[in-house]
Design a binder for this molecule. Structure first.
Ligand code: OKP
Ligand code: ZN
Length: 336
């Protein structure tokens, strides 16, 4: 399967994140690049679609902020990566603030998503890799893999969080609509709820968002991904959240995946986008499902059986030693 990746995507190298009260080495490390690459054949460099498809989904002031945040941080005399530490509570009136700390808090929802020196180039080219893979899919040339890094599914219209800055899957869903698709389904199989994606399309009936994830009562991102989140307005019924308890293995995951697939099938989309996280793996250091490497092929084969034009976007997966094999197993399931 054709896999898109730009060398610019190696640049993002966040040093630390705040996890359970400690600053720890960031899980979304540059080491993921070589690890994922080891599971892939030759990579194709993406085309440059420019900012327009990104701005069709994300707020212009937020996109501008992403480009200058690290520079502003350095100009303020700060060390390391640009980190937020204060957040405006919901409902606070819009304020036009320019101190870097105020801006970081405005645009972030957690302390795991710092803006580092190479962040913008990496996330820009990640989105271009996704758009390039979408083009293959829309041209009817079979499934394609967007080797995106860092993940994107937690990013919303004007916010970053969960290691995500630009929402690659959402950018592609919007682009698919612009290119003539009538309906797009997003089937998110990362361990964590795809809150940004859900939020972006919550009131839209032409984009179905389905997410399989760890119960947000126990797991990040806590505030989103509950079963009663089903969409609003015209989008009512076009968001589906299927959560599972910690410890879930393939036998139980499969049952939820079958439900998800049935919903996608009933929606009859023109294009399917699969945000894929290998963090459901038994050995993932920050997650708690117990799927094994070979089972990723079964997972993918079930999705492939839908017979839809399908774009796969890389999301999470932090077990460096198994990441290449897990990605390879998933992609192989599409080809069997
Ligand atoms: C990004 B993606 C747990 C901290 C969790 C954020 C996880 C972001 C995951 N102690 N930190 O969905 O793989
Ligand atoms: Zn994840």
């Amino acid at each position: 399967m054709k896999a898109f990746f730009s060398e610019h995507q190696s640049k993002h190298a966040p040093a630390l994140e705040l996890q359970n009260g400690e600053m720890v080495p960031h899980a979304e490390s540059q080491a993921r690049v070589a690890a994922i690459r080891s599971g892939l054949g030759p990579l194709t460099a993406p085309s440059d679609f420019g900012l327009a498809p990104i701005l069709a989904v994300h707020d212009a002031a937020y996109v501008d902020f992403l480009q200058r945040a690290h520079g502003d941080w350095v100009a303020a005399g700060r060390p390391g990566d640009a980190f937020p530490y204060v957040f405006p509570i919901r409902g606070r009136r819009p304020l036009s603030l320019s101190r870097i700390d105020a801006e970081l808090g405005q645009y972030a929802f957690d302390c795991g998503t710092p803006v580092a020196a190479g962040t913008w180039e990496t996330v820009y080219w990640s989105a271009q890799s996704a758009l390039s893979a979408l083009e293959v899919v829309m041209d009817g040339a079979g499934p394609a893999f967007a080797f995106c890094r860092p993940p994107g599914h937690h990013a919303g219209r004007d916010y970053m969080g969960g290691y995500s800055y630009l929402n690659n899957a959402a950018i592609c869903a919007q682009q698919a609509l612009a290119r003539g698709a009538g309906r797009v389904a997003i089937l998110d199989v990362d361990y964590h709820h795809g809150n940004g994606t859900q939020d972006l399309f919550y009131a839209r009936e032409e984009v179905l968002t389905v997410s399989l994830h760890a119960d947000p009562v126990t797991d990040y991102p806590f505030y989103w991904g509950h079963a009663d989140e089903t969409g609003e307005g015209r989008g009512q019924g076009f968001a589906l959240n299927l959560s599972m308890p910690r410890g879930t293995g393939w036998a139980d995951y499969q049952i939820r995946l079958t439900q998800a697939i049935e919903r996608v099938q009933a929606f009859a989309p023109d294009v399917l986008i699969v945000p894929f996280g290998a963090d459901t793996y038994a050995g993932d250091p920050i997650s708690f499902f117990s799927i094994e490497t070979a089972e990723y092929s079964d997972m993918a084969a079930m999705i492939a059986a839908l017979g839809l034009p399908t774009l796969i976007c890389m999301e999470g997966g932090y077990a460096i030693e198994a990441l290449g094999a897990n990605v390879a197993a998933f992609l192989a399931g599409f080809e069997r």
